[in-house]
Design a protein around this ligand. Structure first.
Ligand code: PLP
Length: 385
């Protein structure tokens, strides 16, 4: 007997980068610039708090929305760092990674047939998430000439005026683009004018290397229509602990909690203890990691320029997004540089419209490996161009 798969699952194609993992397995000297997770271990104090909580037998469920002390700490943190005012009682939900929060939002706010506009290139999970929720995706391509920032013109041109929901992510995965307040304002005006619900993935907010991160939810008239996602995976190097959160108006977070309480009950308890400590005492660790990412960013950007590959000035997250040299598609370049030089990078096409002809390079890798990888890319480009 074969299983009858749902149409929704069948509609979503398998991940575009699986083939690359198979090629990578054929060599044992591959340097990966492909993964989107910190190479640092979780700060020790946070790990220690997790261990202590286990020793003390704190292994039960927590409140559905997360431990109250953690929600209070999150409320203080986002107020202090990003000028975001949310109440611990009803406006914050702690989830199993930002991933769960994004999925809850799609299921809470998207009806079958609703249109979800996604600023692209975009994190690969949004589109499947919309399809699983029964919605239709409307890609809104951003352009390199706009530094991959979303513009009201791009929204207009894509037909997003008729959309129900808008998804954006700045600092951006995969481009490393950021959106300063003055660029967010026209996007916010568009959302207000066309009554869009805005889902703003700000998981890379701490990893902003030029100025301060601005959340679209802080702009006039936006708090009431925006859900902000954040979490501990990136800035606190806690990917495997699976902890994130969403911020929004009480009724919206209540709706997300309705799904969360039946499907997840509560986010991982041990991770909540680690996260509380991370917010309490790990600011210096975060600052040090961010400083190291920034050094690597500058190194990678300058090496691509030396190699003669065009690359725009990524200012956030831990990615940069160079153009492939003429004569290659991104996929051809990525496959050949992996086979011939053992460097794994991700072709930009997998991130949707606007990604073609680019590579996503993650610099969440030590400087020594980055140096060797860039030398190999240079050798590859010299040989083939
Ligand atoms: N959002 C973006 C933009 C990401 O790049 C990632 C992970 O790569 C996530 C969300 C997932 O985060 P989490 O580990 O908190 O689920």
């Amino acid at each position: 007997m074969t299983f009858e798969l749902s149409d929704r699952v069948q509609t979503v194609p398998p991940s575009g980068i699986r083939r690359f993992f198979e090629i990578a397995e054929e060599r044992d000297d591959v340097i990966s610039l492909g993964v989107g997770e910190p190479d640092f271990a979780t700060p020790w104090a946070a790990r220690d708090a997790a261990i202590t909580s286990l020793e003390q037998g704190k292994t039960s469920y927590t409140a559905n929305r997360g431990k109250r002390a953690l929600r209070e700490a999150i409320a203080d943190y986002v107020a202090d760092r990003f000028d975001l005012g949310y109440g611990a009682d009803e406006e914050i939900i702690v989830t199993a990674g930002a991933s769960e929060a994004v999925d809850l939002a799609f299921r809470a706010f998207v009806d079958p047939g609703d249109t979800v506009a996604i600023a692209q290139p975009a994190y690969i999970s949004y589109e499947p998430g919309v399809i699983f929720a029964g919605g239709d995706v409307l890609p809104v391509p951003t352009k390199e000439e706009d530094e991959f920032r979303l513009t009201a013109e791009a929204l207009e041109a894509a037909g997003a005026a008729d959309a129900d929901v808008l998804v954006l992510c700045y600092p951006n995965n995969p481009t490393g683009a950021i959106m300063p307040a003055e660029d967010l304002e026209p996007v916010a005006a568009f959302a207000r004018e066309h009554d869009l619900t805005v889902l703003s993935d700000e998981i890379y907010a701490e990893l902003t290397y030029d100025g301060e991160h601005t959340s679209i939810a802080t702009l006039p008239g936006m708090r009431e229509r925006t859900i902000v996602f954040n979490g501990f995976s990136k800035a606190h190097a806690m990917t495997g602990l699976r902890l994130g959160y969403a911020l929004g108006p009480a009724d919206a977070i209540g709706a997300m909690n309705k799904i969360h309480q039946y499907t997840m009950l509560s986010a991982p308890t041990t991770a909540q203890h680690a996260a509380l400590e991370a917010l309490d005492s790990c600011d210096d660790d975060v600052r040090e990691m961010v400083a190291q990412y920034d050094r690597r960013r500058q190194f990678v950007l300058s090496r691509f320029r030396e190699i003669g590959m065009d690359v725009f000035e990524a200012k956030g997250a831990f990615y940069c997004f160079p153009e492939v040299p003429e004569g290659f598609t991104a996929e051809e370049f990525a496959e050949a540089v992996l086979r011939e030089q053992g460097v794994a990078v991700v072709p930009g096409d997998v991130f949707g419209e606007g990604g073609a002809g680019h590579l996503r390079i993650s610099y969440a890798t030590g400087l020594e490996d980055l140096r060797r990888a860039l030398d190999r890319i240079e050798a590859f480009v010299e040989e083939h161009t």
